[in-house]
Design a protein around this ligand. Structure first.
Ligand code: GLY
Length: 396
């Protein structure tokens, strides 16, 4: 019966079921596999050594990052999702240990938009699962720090304050920043400043106006005049070129606008997410996992980015949950299933490391973390599987 749910939806959408009929059993199988893999590696790691971030080429163990790294919240968040799925108390204990290490984020002025990733993915999931009052306190304090980066003249939060001097970018906003809005939305309805809702909406609307080309592809970075709000530059930092389309940036856009539609019900965000999803899906190679940039002059020898695929899949499932049109629901659920099927295949599962997925790219232009496992690929992959399961329960 459960399998029928996926099969029927995909049939409605007319998608290529013969290729990948990713179904209920596959979702459960992959969540079980992910849980075992993570539990197996827990004993080999020391929480005092920091937060898993990447596995270097030729190695099997996670290399770690400190609490100030933008990826610190993903591993605790992954543990929360897998605990929630399995009820395994080993995962609960470790989730609590790693989450406790995120506490300093609330006290220090980190001065980066990444506060949302760092706090909401780890502590946000911890609060959702346990309701612990101290987690709520940390989240609210961190939202207050993040809100300090909002510039009302521009209408967005500043992403990289240090780039003001280093590059002469007075106010800069990257597409990734859309994800950090979730912490502001959450705070506005959980005892924080209610104005954070308006800030988040303003950020999303300004981004929608300035960050996209007519074909719905995303620029990575927009530089603004901090006094007038005027757009000064539209460029890239992690993509192939200013006028190319960095795959993970496009995935952040789908996820971010789907989340904004969920939080506000504003149809402009729904339509934006749909446009961005259509760009992403129509530019994928046959196996549904993008190269690290959608506009490479020649893909021969270029790397895929599994993290972009996982982020997009999770965002698509969020979108499906809140869409009303059954044909669109089917279309995007089917697409998410195709992506997850591919990520779950031998080509992308990491067999010889502690990570769940292989083949992500951190930043090719910086020659950093190329074609390796990266923690946020695992986090969004497990989140997507979890969302798939929740969607199915809703439809029972
Ligand atoms: N937010 C940083 C990245 O996606 O690499």
């Amino acid at each position: 019966m459960k399998n029928l749910f996926f099969v029927l939806l995909c049939f409605l959408a007319g998608c290529k079921m013969a290729k990948n009929d990713f179904n209920h059993n596959d979702v459960v199988c992959q969540l079980d596999y992910s849980k075992s893999k993570v539990i197996d590696s827990l004993d080999k790691m020391d929480v005092n050594e920091g937060f898993p971030r990447t596995v270097k080429k030729g190695e099997s163990a996670w290399a770690t990052t400190g609490v100030g790294g933008w990826t610190s919240g993903f591993y605790p968040g992954l543990l929360w999702y897998l605990y929630e799925y399995s009820g395994d108390t080993v995962l609960l204990e470790k989730a609590q240990c790693y989450t406790a290490r995120l506490e300093p984020i609330r006290k220090l002025a980190w001065n980066t938009h990444d506060l949302g990733f760092m706090m909401y993915c780890g502590v946000g999931n911890g609060f959702r699962v346990t309701g612990k009052p101290e987690y709520k306190e940390w989240l609210l304090q961190t939202a207050d720090s993040l809100a300090l980066l909002f510039n009302p003249k521009v209408g967005t939060t500043l992403s990289w304050p240090w780039m003001k001097k280093r590059k002469g970018w007075p106010h800069n906003t990257i597409i990734d920043n859309m994800l950090n809005l979730e912490l502001l939305f959450w705070a506005s309805k959980n005892g924080g400043n209610p104005d954070y809702y308006d800030m988040a909406v303003s950020h999303a609307q300004t981004t929608l106006k300035n960050h996209f080309r007519p074909d719905n592809s995303s620029y990575h970075l927009v530089v603004y005049d901090d006094k007038t709000g005027q757009v000064l530059q539209k460029i890239t930092d992690q993509g192939f070129a200013d006028e190319s389309v960095w795959s993970r940036g496009q995935a952040w856009a789908i996820y971010g606008f789907a989340m904004c539609y969920r939080e506000t019900g504003l149809t402009e965000f729904r339509d934006a997410a749909i446009g961005m999803a259509d760009y992403f899906l129509t530019h994928l190679p046959d196996d549904y996992v993008p190269y690290w940039d959608f506009k490479l002059p020649d893909v021969n020898g270029e790397e895929r980015d599994a993290s972009a695929a996982a982020i997009a899949a999770s965002g698509l499932i969020d979108l499906v949950k809140h869409l009303e049109d059954p044909k669109l629901k089917s279309k995007y659920l089917c697409a998410a299933g195709e992506i997850l099927a591919s990520l779950s295949s031998d080509g992308y599962i990491s067999h010889n490391t502690m990570a769940i997925l292989d083949h992500s790219v951190g930043s090719k232009p910086h020659d950093s973390e190329i074609d390796v496992p990266i923690i946020y690929a695992d986090y969004y992959y497990v989140e997507a599987l979890t969302r798939m399961l929740q969607l199915e329960r809703q439809s029972d």
